[in-house]
Design a protein around this ligand. Structure first.
Ligand SMILES: [Zn+2]
Length: 242
């Protein structure tokens, strides 16, 4: 099992003792300690994470969520520990769906991951800029595009809904609708088709990140960044990496 402790071997034992003491004073003196899932992600720790291990950390966190055993951290300690800066190890681009709260699904804490959420999820210029900041500037090592089953945005695209500004957003999912083999009726009532379109849309979004951002492409090409897709099942709570 990969853990933050595995990344850390140089810290003195005393620092592990200090972080176990739930007090403001201990948080102030252990801002760069990395002994467990509640330790703040420091820039030193971030440097030890590879794109592959960043994905593993998310998988490990999801396993805790799926097992019903999320980490219980002292949020006040984490606020103090991260007040001077942030060094998240990964980014997740997820849908706005209330059933797929990113930090909860991956059991991540304050300062651990960048999250961008937009229905679909689709990729637009602001998302690209945010990811360029998160990776090139702030050093995150992986991007996960997280779609989910029974997605309302995907259903809207399948039904070709027209509604205000939503119309333009749903247009960005239409390539996934067109590219997904159809079995049965083309309708939001066709749940397997809706979920297949959602999965296609995730992979389209994964591809768009490097197709539309030379900065992200260079990071991927040089091995500094990994971009993957994943799907969350709203029936089971399980995340499957694509
Ligand atoms: Zn959705």
């Amino acid at each position: 099992m990969l853990s933050r402790r595995a990344f850390c071997c140089a810290l003195p034992t005393a620092s592990f003792v200090a972080i176990a003491i739930p007090s403001v004073a201990s948080a102030a003196t252990t801002a760069t300690d990395v002994s467990d899932a509640c330790a703040a992600f420091t820039s030193d720790l971030q440097k030890t994470v590879t794109p592959e291990s960043a994905i593993d950390l998310l998988k490990e966190g999801h396993a805790r969520f799926a097992a019903g055993a999320p980490t219980k951290c002292n949020m006040a300690d984490l606020v103090h520990a991260t007040e001077g800066g942030q060094a998240p190890f990964a980014c997740v681009i997820g849908c706005i769906d209330s059933r797929v709260p990113v930090e909860l699904v991956f059991d991540q804490q304050i300062g651990d991951i960048f999250t961008a959420r937009v229905a679909g999820p689709v990729i637009n210029g602001d998302i690209l800029g945010s990811m360029e900041f998160a990776t090139k500037v702030a050093g995150a090592k992986a991007i996960v595009v997280l779609g989910h089953s029974s997605c309302g945005a995907v259903k809207g695209a399948v039904d070709d809904v027209k509604l205000g500004n939503l119309t333009g957003l749903l247009d960005q999912i239409q390539p996934a609708v067109a590219a997904t083999p159809l079995t049965g009726e083309k309708s939001s009532k066709n749940a397997p088709y809706v979920d297949a379109v959602a999965s296609t849309n995730v992979m389209n979004s994964v591809a768009a990140l490097t197709e539309r951002s030379p900065i992200l492409k260079e990071l991927v090409d040089t091995g500094a960044l990994k971009i993957v897709g994943a799907m969350h099942d709203v029936h089971t709570g399980a995340v499957t990496f694509l």
